[in-house]
Write a protein that binds this ligand. Structure first.
Ligand SMILES: [Zn+2]
Ligand SMILES: [Zn+2]
Ligand SMILES: [Zn+2]
Length: 325
């Protein structure tokens, strides 16, 4: 993973839709996202559509997550679309290579092993039995005294025979015929979560969505990320900005600091203090997952930053409830 994509990933993690989507993997609701076939549109991802709200941006949403390394993908299927109307409701026509008609008969070639005679199956069909037209012996044991020697096609239009037909496509929606060269030929993927995502984000990322829902349910205005302009004129970003709908200036800012190392360092406390000093919100809260180091605790008390330590979603929400009241 390059450093650039790490920066890019940090950006996409801020997207509320990404958080909702990834939390489905984390909760175990989803282990692999596989496309669902729709005869008209080809493959769709209903789970993602429900989150992003629009079919047209679903693919772009998934491609972005793949490109920055959040998701892994696996080729699931290939799909042919009509170049005239974009429908995936397309059938394959196997055609005569001579006159291009799709009105062809498919049969098998049979070889009578003892005498070496080869012909199409219909020539061996005599009075409901398979009989050799050359030596008139009955064919009884497949793979012993006779065998299938391949496919043989005959064109009903021009009467010519051939072994390999050429393919073309028929659009069942607009009824146009088109060749592979003209078709829109696309990949369909299944997606799963890259393992590094959990390490990179800890639990922090997956707290934003439930916290937001919890606060909104209590009548608060919630923005994530939330921006506030400070006395210095600089704009500061907090993971969550909470305000009252009545427009009063009682703004609460919340930052999340998560680690997989066991203890969060004092660094996020210092970083938050620099912003809080400039912005002067009603209340500042730092959620440390799972625990804050001792010096971080002392600094938070000194800077009047409410510290919440939580092992999981439930713990964080419970503490937040007590804080907000
Ligand atoms: Zn033909
Ligand atoms: Zn024979
Ligand atoms: Zn079409």
């Amino acid at each position: 993973m390059s450093k650039t994509s790490k920066v890019e990933r940090a950006k996409v993690y801020k997207d509320h839709r990404v958080q909702l989507f990834l939390s489905k993997f984390v909760s175990g609701e989803l282990s692999e996202l596989t496309p669902v076939y729709d005869p008209k549109y080809g493959y769709k991802y209903p789970v993602v559509e429900a989150i992003v709200g629009e079919v047209s941006i679903t693919e772009e949403f998934l491609r972005r997550l793949f490109e920055v390394g959040v998701l892994k993908r696996k080729l699931y299927d290939k799909i042919v679309y009509c170049p005239h109307c974009n429908s995936a409701n397309v059938s394959v026509h196997y055609c005569c290579p001579h006159c291009k008609s799709f009105d062809i008969r498919k049969s098998s070639l049979i070889e009578h092993v003892p005498c070496g005679y080869i012909d199409t199956e219909e020539h061996f069909q005599i009075k409901g039995k398979l009989t050799c037209p050359r030596c008139h012996k009955e064919l009884t044991k497949p793979d012993v005294n006779y065998r299938k020697a391949g496919v043989w096609c005959t064109c009903n239009e021009c009467d010519k025979s051939f072994d390999i037909p050429v393919s073309s496509h028929f659009c069942r929606e607009c009824h146009q015929i088109f060749r592979f060269e003209e078709s829109i030929y696309k990949d369909a993927y299944s997606y799963s979560l890259n393992q590094n995502v959990m390490q990179e984000t800890g639990l922090g990322l997956f707290l934003i969505a439930p916290i937001r829902e919890f606060l909104q349910g209590r009548g608060f205005e919630v923005e994530s990320p939330g921006f506030i302009k400070g006395k210095s004129g600089a704009s500061h970003m907090f993971d969550i900005r909470v305000s009252r709908r009545d427009g009063s200036r009682n703004i609460t800012v919340i930052d999340l600091a998560a680690t997989t190392d066991g203890v969060v360092s004092e660094q996020p406390v210092i970083a938050m203090f620099a912003k809080v000093f400039d912005v002067n919100p009603y209340r500042a809260c730092l959620i440390a997952v799972p625990k804050m180091c001792e010096s971080g605790k002392k600094l938070a008390a000194l800077y009047k930053i409410k510290l919440i330590e939580a092992k999981d979603q439930k713990g964080a929400l419970k503490a937040l409830k007590a804080l907000i009241g």
